[in-house]
Design a protein around this ligand. Structure first.
Ligand SMILES: C[S@@+](CC[C@H](N)C(=O)[O-])C[C@H]1O[C@@H](n2cnc3c(N)ncnc32)[C@H](O)[C@@H]1O
Length: 248
């Protein structure tokens, strides 16, 4: 099982540390997009966390199941109203199986990058394909690697600089590795967290999808379906299951 980077202090402060991501301005377009794509079918969230997207989806009448590595994140979800409608399986979403098939599976907020090797990311696509109904879709929201903004020879790139928060990414180009370092002042105390990721290009994700019997159906720069262009810093991609391969 991969290491749980969301245990303890991270889970305890997760909702507050990404409070802007819980804003209805952010959440509503995601939920609208997923409701439309899901139709009548049940849906599967990989890395369901504290239920930022799963709970509002369930409130819209969608049957939601989740896979989640971190017991601490699930405990936070379980403490929220409406959580009783959501089934969660503890495990690694690259390999964990859940009973049933789904009209969509989704992986938001850069969470595919939590799988830190190409093999794990490929396994994730194959695992998801095995959970989708024929014609079902896999949706990913993830940043485009920020290498255009990384000067030659540089490995560090800031993403937040305020009086109480400092965040910077540390790139390792040879391994497509990325460590996000977060320094936050909370109640006068400094909290430091470093989390490893593997950055991945849209084209590499398309190939992973193809290996798993899925085909790109849509790619946008956000959940409101703005066009994906050379200037886009993130993408929302939808792959459709077009072939049935044997379970990994
Ligand atoms: C950035 S949080 C996103 C949580 C939630 N989806 C949201 O949008 O707020 C990433 C979540 O994925 C979980 N996670 C990371 N790697 C995982 C893995 N290999 N298998 C299952 N869950 C994983 C983490 O524990 C964490 O809860």
């Amino acid at each position: 099982m991969p290491e749980d980077h969301f245990a303890g202090r991270v889970a305890a402060g997760y909702d507050e540390s990404v409070a802007d991501m819980f804003d209805p301005e952010v959440v509503d377009p995601i939920v609208d997009f997923l409701v439309e794509l899901a139709g009548d079918g049940p849906v599967l969230e990989l890395g369901i966390g504290t239920g930022r997207i799963a709970l509002p989806l369930a409130r819209r009448g969608v049957r939601v199941q989740g896979i989640e590595l971190s017991e601490a994140m699930v405990a936070k979800l379980r403490a929220k109203p409406g959580a009783e409608q959501i089934g969660v399986t503890i495990g690694d979403f690259a390999t964990t199986t859940v009973e049933g098939t789904f009209s969509i599976a989704y992986l938001v907020f850069n969470t595919i990058l939590n799988l830190t090797t190409q093999d794990e990311q490929v396994a994730c696509f194959q695992n998801i394909a095995a959970h989708l109904e024929p014609g079902g879709c896999f949706v990913i929201e993830v940043g485009v690697p920020g290498l255009q903004r990384l000067p030659p020879g540089e490995t560090f790139q800031p993403f937040t600089v305020t009086a109480t928060k400092l965040g910077f990414d540390e790139y390792d180009l040879a391994s497509q590795g990325l460590i996000s370092h977060h320094y936050r002042v909370v109640d006068g105390q400094l909290e430091v967290t470093s989390m490893p990721f593997r950055y991945v290009w849209p084209s590499e994700l398309d190939l992973m999808a193809r290996l798993a019997g899925m085909t790109l159906r849509e790619r946008w720069s956000d959940w409101r379906r703005e066009p994906f262009t050379s200037d886009s810093t993130k993408h929302v991609s939808v792959w459709e299951k077009t072939a049935s391969l044997s379970h990994p």
